[in-house]
Design a protein. Structure first.
Lengths: 223, 265
């Protein structure tokens, strides 16, 4: 495995996303729409929105992650891109890593946007910015690596749009719990030690990155 | 692979039962009424749980065997990736289906038991409840993946990876829920406490034995259905065309012989 190959694949995916502008023109507005809908659903009570804000943030991230993963799979479906990639002398673990890095960068950009809009709409203040950054990075690595793995499992399947959420969302339960807890502590909304979740989020990210690198080659050929 | 099953006149199996499964089924048919008798008539009420204790004769065994079933699925998945054997894939699939049914029963009976005992149908802070629910949802996804049309090997490989990853994820989910609320309404195991009455303990063991038999009986039948189904799929269109030709009275063997001899002059 070479990191240079992984970066080449990541930059390819990011370049396609930049040119198609689906991330900026469709997924980003959808992200904001989710926050507005949460506001409607939970009444105009700012206190309720402040208390539930960390959880709502990560629910929104998981929903947009599903869209981003579907996009990442579709890139390989179009113009027989996957078959051409299989012909290149690039190790499958590099392909996995490259696609996961591209997904991580896209999700992280969307999270930054979502975060600042949430601060404004829900009137939240950050008490521990370092905890926010570290937990967001670890949780996003977990989502990106597991999403890339499950994305290729659901690839080439007619019912991919409905199958992927059923497969992926239960697996992401530890991320939903852990990242919500750390954000709750960083916003000063819950009485918990957010740093205690550092280990669990790290384990999740490492386990899924390793599993993805091991299994991706087997799955990519059949996708 | 051939099973000693009931066969129709043309030699094809028309049922998944055999002498051993009929014996197991008979044991189950006799065992279930005996368990009902012990659970509702002979065993006493509990001091704290009152009549709700009777649900535990079902709830605890199905919970145990749902975990065993998912363990068998994980084992079958690992062996499939190692040996590429259809036997292991069919085992993993059969066990996952039974595991999902048992896991669903665990959640339903636990919820019914929780209402009078804990005064709530569901408790989000309870580690075992939430872990079991997430596990149930993960394996529903596994079964959904198995229904997706694909070649047998591709489907088996995808399902095996999801089965293994899902099982690896269970301890992470368990730990995350434990840290999340760190509270449980589940009492410590009454078995190790030694607080159970003799008859209660006997009924619980009887329930475990009955559900062990049920798991084995269902596994054998579901495995055979899965195996025959894959055999049928493997026959493919060729066999279907031959059947239709036979129905139409076209003698394919005679035609083949004629073409070998140079055909009609």
């Amino acid at each position: 495995m070479e990191f240079r190959d992984a970066w080449a694949i990541a930059s390819k995916d990011l370049r396609i996303e930049l040119r198609s502008r689906i991330l900026t023109n469709q997924i980003a507005p959808y992200t904001l729409l989710i926050l507005v809908l949460f506001g409607f659903a939970l009444d105009a009570d700012t206190q309720t929105l402040r208390d539930t804000g960390p959880g709502l943030f990560w629910v929104a991230v998981l929903l947009i992650a599903l869209l981003a993963i579907q996009r990442a799979v579709k890139i390989e479906d179009d113009d027989a891109a996957k078959e051409r990639m299989l012909l290149t002398p690039v190790h499958s673990s590099s392909v996995f890593l490259g696609k996961a890095i591209a997904l991580f960068i896209q999700l992280f950009v969307l999270e930054i946007l979502l975060f600042f809009v949430m601060l404004a709409l829900f009137d939240l203040s950050v008490e521990d910015p370092l905890l926010i950054c570290v937990s967001a990075v670890l949780a996003t690595i977990g989502v990106a690596s597991s999403g890339t793995l499950y994305g290729v499992i659901a690839a080439g399947v007619g019912v991919r749009e409905t199958l992927l959420p059923i497969l992926l969302l239960p697996v992401l339960a530890p991320i939903a719990i852990g990242a919500t807890r750390t954000f709750g502590d960083a916003f000063g909304r819950v009485d918990a030690d957010g740093w205690a979740w550092f280990g669990l989020l790290s384990v999740f990210a490492v386990v899924y990155t390793v599993l993805g690198m091991l299994a991706y080659g087997q799955l990519m050929e059949d996708a | 692979m051939k099973f000693k099953t009931i066969e129709s006149r043309d030699g094809q199996p028309n049922a998944t039962s055999s002498r051993s499964t009929r014996f197991l089924g008979l044991c189950l048919a006799l065992g279930v009424p005996i368990l009902v008798l012990f659970a509702f008539v002979f065993s006493p009420k509990d001091d704290t749980m009152d009549d709700a204790v009777r649900l535990l004769y079902v709830h605890v065994p199905v919970a145990i065997f749902s975990y065993i079933a998912f363990g068998v699925t994980a084992m079958g998945s690992i062996f499939y990736l190692w040996k590429q054997s259809r036997w292991w894939d069919t085992t993993a699939h059969a066990s996952a289906e039974i595991g999902v049914i048992f896991c669903g029963l665990t959640l339903v009976t636990g919820s019914i038991w929780g209402r009078p005992t804990w005064n709530t149908w569901w408790e989000w802070g309870d580690v075992r409840l939430v872990t079991t629910l997430v596990m149930f949802l993960m394996f529903i996804g596994y079964l959904a993946l198995r229904q997706v049309p694909a070649t047998p090997h591709v489907r088996a490989k995808r399902a095996a990876i999801v089965g293994i990853v899902g099982t690896i994820n269970i301890p992470i989910v368990n730990r995350s829920v434990e840290w999340w609320e760190n509270s449980t309404l589940h009492q410590q195991s009454s078995l190790t406490d030694g607080n159970l009455e003799d008859l209660t303990l006997f009924t619980w063991f009887l329930g475990t034995l009955i559900f062990a038999l049920a798991y084995v009986w269902l596994m054998i039948h579901r495995f055979r259905v899965g195996w025959l189904s894959s055999e049928h799929d493997a026959l493919g269109y060729g066999a279907a065309i031959e059947e239709r030709k036979a129905e139409a009275g076209i003698d394919t063997e005679a035609q083949a012989q004629a073409s070998e001899d140079g055909g009609p002059q």
